[in-house]
Design a protein around this ligand. Structure first.
Ligand code: TTP
Ligand code: MG
Ligand code: MG
Length: 457
């Protein structure tokens, strides 16, 4: 297991210290393969299997390569190379201009998929993010299982391939995702960080550019293992604080945590009907499925919510949300479903409904089940958690409520409540994509209201 680089938590009077005991974290780094070029190949099947270069306007114009498909890379083409050079290396490559809006939109779809597995998603560029899935293992399986699910979902839903690294630190995960591209999966189990890094060239290590690599070569350092073998104090004398950090990184220690930004303010699912409907039974059945999905995600994140909101959009695209506060915060299906149907009954007056959604917000950390919990609460929890376990092992549809059987409902579509890419890394591309979505005016007639409903809890 990795030792935590932070100082020990407690010093005894005797002067002895109690080491901080930490369980290893499970961190994923996900990076799409040849991102811009892969999106173009997806959308234009005639380009699949061909050298594709995305950048500027074409091979005879000024500008550099943004992305090169793996077929184009065989000719030596890579990002940041002048387009002229790329054109000379492979004249028959297909050269396409950058479609920033499109890539921004796909990026948001990727990030929304990642957030299904943990709220701790830290996007670091348009096509990559770190995830801390330590708290998600109970629900979705270990790091490798989650990585496989993410790769499969990105492939099935977006038609793209991603490479994933799994490790106990961001450093190891990031190096892992890059190692077997494209469509790679590299898992470094706890305790094997140093052995994994040792044979790799020193330039793979964060903070080691060509200058540092040249300087380290004078110490005989070529691989990360060579660096790890040097005494830490020698590195400190030569490079100061940087030397200490390099020494730690060389064995995989990296204290940097995954920064999930502001915690999600709500967990929500929504569903658009194939055909607009005014049938209460159909809408309520859909609400039950979504309440179940929201409750499962709350349990997966170890939180409870006390505000439940219902979203309705009718066939005239009029959108309303109504919300109510529960007497007790919950992470179970029933109270969420009950609150949502009560809100629904007040609003449903024969209009045809196009979209329905359920959101839970106003979170609290899950407290220990205590003296004041309702008597059947622990049992209901056991049932819910058993269902989570079965879903985890046999898939989302393995456990379902009697009322949903035969409903042929799609797995509730996960809404993207936060656009973390924009919020935290505000790229122009992401902003354009959002402006475009807003310009389509989808929520322009939204109407929101709090409703007091006495819940027969
Ligand atoms: P990368 O993830 O660095 O590269 P990639 O996805 O094209 O290829 P791979 O990850 O498989 O090695 O960058 C993501 C996108 O960012 C890339 O598709 C285009 C854009 N980009 C640029 O516009 N300029 C650049 O110099 C780089 C490196 C990337
Ligand atoms: Mg990439
Ligand atoms: Mg990238």
């Amino acid at each position: 297991m990795l030792t935590d680089p932070r100082p020990p938590t407690r010093r005894l009077d005797s002067g002895a210290t109690i080491p901080r005991v930490t369980t290893p974290r499970t961190i994923l780094h996900v990076d799409l393969d040849a991102f811009f070029a892969a999106v173009e190949q997806r959308d234009r099947p005639e380009l699949r299997g061909k050298p594709v270069v995305v950048g500027g306007g074409g091979p005879h114009l000024r500008g550099v390569v943004s992305a090169a498909s793996y077929e184009a890379r065989k000719f030596g083409i890579h990002s940041a190379m002048p387009l002229r050079t790329a054109g000379a290396l492979c004249p028959h490559a297909v050269f396409l201009p950058v479609d920033g809006r499109k890539y921004g939109r796909v990026s948001r779809e990727v990030m929304a998929i990642l957030r299904r597995y943990t709220p701790l998603v830290e996007p670091v560029s348009i096509d990559e993010a770190f995830l801390d899935v330590t708290g998600s293992r109970q629900l979705f399986g270990d790091g490798e299982a989650i990585a496989r699910q993410i790769k499969a979902t990105i492939r099935e839903e977006l038609g793209l391939t991603a490479s994933v690294g799994v490790g106990t630190t961001k450093l190891v995960a990031k190096i892992g995702s890059d190692l077997r591209k494209p469509d790679g999966l590299v898992v470094v189990p706890p305790g094997e960080e140093a052995a994994f890094l040792a044979p790799l060239p020193i330039t793979r290590l964060w903070g080691v550019g060509q200058k540092t690599a040249d300087s380290l070569a004078s110490f005989g350092v070529r691989t990360i293992g060579d660096l790890a073998a040097l005494p830490g104090d020698a590195l400190e004398r030569r490079y100061g604080k940087v030397g200490v950090a390099l020494s730690e990184r060389s064995v995989g220690i990296d204290p940097d945590v995954v920064d999930g930004g502001d915690p999600a303010k709500s967990v929500s699912h929504e569903h658009t009907f194939d055909v607009d409907t005014s049938e209460r039974e159909v809408i309520e059945r859909s609400l039950l499925g979504m309440a179940d999905g929201v409750a499962g995600r709350l349990r997966g994140s170890g939180i409870k919510a006390s505000t439940i909101a219902l979203k309705l959009r009718d066939s005239n695209f009029r959108t309303i949300t109504r919300q109510t506060t529960l007497p007790e915060p919950t992470d179970l299906t029933e109270p969420i479903y009950r609150a949502a149907t009560q809100l629904l009954r007040k609003e449903l007056k024969g209009q045809r409904i196009r979209l329905v959604g359920v959101a839970a917000s106003n979170f609290r950390e899950k407290e220990q089940l205590g003296l004041f919990t309702a008597p059947d609460e622990p049992r209901r929890h056991q049932v819910a958690e058993a269902a989570d376990t079965i879903r985890k092992r046999f898939g989302e549809r393995a456990v379902t409520r009697a009322r949903l059987v035969g409903a042929h409902l799609p797995t509730p579509f996960e809404r993207d409540p936060m656009t973390a890419v924009e919020r935290r890394h505000g790229t122009e591309i992401a902003r354009q994509a959002r402006d475009e979505d807003e310009a389509s005016g989808r929520d322009s007639q939204a109407d929101t209201e709090d409703v007091e409903i006495p819940l027969d809890a």
